[in-house]
Design a protein around this ligand. Structure first.
Ligand SMILES: Cc1ncc(COP(=O)(O)O)c(C=O)c1O
Length: 336
């Protein structure tokens, strides 16, 4: 199958995008292209999902950290950040990260900047630049924007790096999370689809609770060192990307955000971001709140047919030392 095109690109020759099952595999190749290997270091924000450590461990490299502010921008002067071979700039929840400290850091240290846009496929910054295209290497976790069994991409935005880019793996995966295909089919049933999806989700959680004692999957320490699924992208990924109506999806997400922001203000919860910037296609509505505010937002999420989750599952090395504001971020996830 021909590789789907993620964005129109500048590259005249080699296809600059590679597709994977998970963005962790995209990060693995991004780090290799940045010269990371045995004994090297990767600088990443301490407010991050523990899964992201696996590619670093698989390369025999070690993580080092910079902190983020309550507004999820990079904290402190980049002059004080530890030296590393690559640095990760994260567009949290699809909101554009300010890249200037990362550019300063890269100028000082020679580190490669990877724009982690796992949350922000279809999102742009206020200048209209697609997120994931603003630094030499950009990552996408497409499955976080489209309800598909898996899908991720690496975009090489610097032609000099194309030479080291491995060939595209066959689109032969069966899907890391095959249940998403069923859920998407349920959702498409006119009138009753979203109700059926809700029932399926409640049933799946009840079964998991019965089996494991918890409604949500347990946090697994192994996820910091290994990626257990195959890297090949799901066989249906190309079709899903081609069929996605980007403009409608962006509009739907912005409209959902405005509704959540209105209700959030009414129930006194604090949005993580004070405004929704122009062109931003948000992953969801991130907020901080007390338990009672959370309960009100859960009712809103139920009415809108969305999940409410806590984010992130912090790395072991960070969890106990992290500031309070790393522990109280909730997200109404707009996956449809
Ligand atoms: C900021 C960020 N980057 C990358 C990833 C990895 O994405 P994937 O689950 O597709 O490997 C995640 C996943 O949780 C994430 O939150």
């Amino acid at each position: 199958m021909a590789a789907p095109r993620l964005f129109p690109t500048h590259s005249a020759g080699k296809e600059p995008a590679r597709y994977y099952s998970l963005a962790r595999y995209a990060l693995l190749d991004a780090l290799r292209l940045s010269g990371v290997g045995q004994g090297r270091r990767v600088l990443l924000p301490s407010f991050i999902c523990r899964d992201l450590l696996a590619p670093i461990a698989m390369l025999g490299a070690t993580p080092c950290w910079y902190e983020v502010t309550a507004g999820l921008t990079a904290a402190g002067s980049p002059d004080t950040w530890p030296e590393a071979d690559a640095v990760l700039a994260v567009n949290y929840f699809g909101f554009p990260q300010d890249l200037s400290p990362f550019v300063d850091y890269a100028t000082r240290t020679g580190a490669g900047i990877v724009e982690d846009n796992a949350h922000g496929y279809l999102s742009r910054d206020t200048k209209g630049r697609w997120l994931g295209t603003r630094t030499p290497l950009g990552l996408f976790s497409l499955r976080k924007t489209l309800r598909i069994p898996d899908g991720a991409a690496l975009l090489v935005n610097d032609d000099t790096l194309l030479i080291g880019l491995p060939e595209q793996l066959p689109f032969a995966g069966s899907g890391v999370n095959p249940a998403q295909a069923l859920k998407a089919s349920l959702r498409r049933i006119p009138l009753i689809g979203s109700g059926l999806l809700r029932i399926a989700t409640v049933l799946a959680r009840a079964v998991r609770k019965q089996k494991t004692g918890s409604e949500i999957p347990f946090s697994d320490p192994l996820s910091e060192t290994q990626i257990l699924s195959s890297p090949n992208p799901w066989a249906g990924l190309g079709k899903a990307l081609t069929h996605c109506d980007g403009a409608a999806e962006i509009a739907r997400r912005r409209e959902a955000y405005s509704r959540c922001a209105l209700e959030g203000e009414r129930c006194g919860v604090a949005p993580v971001f004070s405004t929704l910037p122009d062109y931003c296609a948000p992953y969801g509505y991130p907020f901080r709140s007390s338990l009672s505010g959370r309960a009100a937002m859960q009712r809103l999420a139920d009415r809108m047919g969305f999940d409410l989750v806590t984010w992130p599952d912090l790395p072991e090395a960070v969890r106990t030392k992290a500031p309070e504001y790393y522990h109280n971020v909730y997200l109404i996830n707009f996956l449809w």
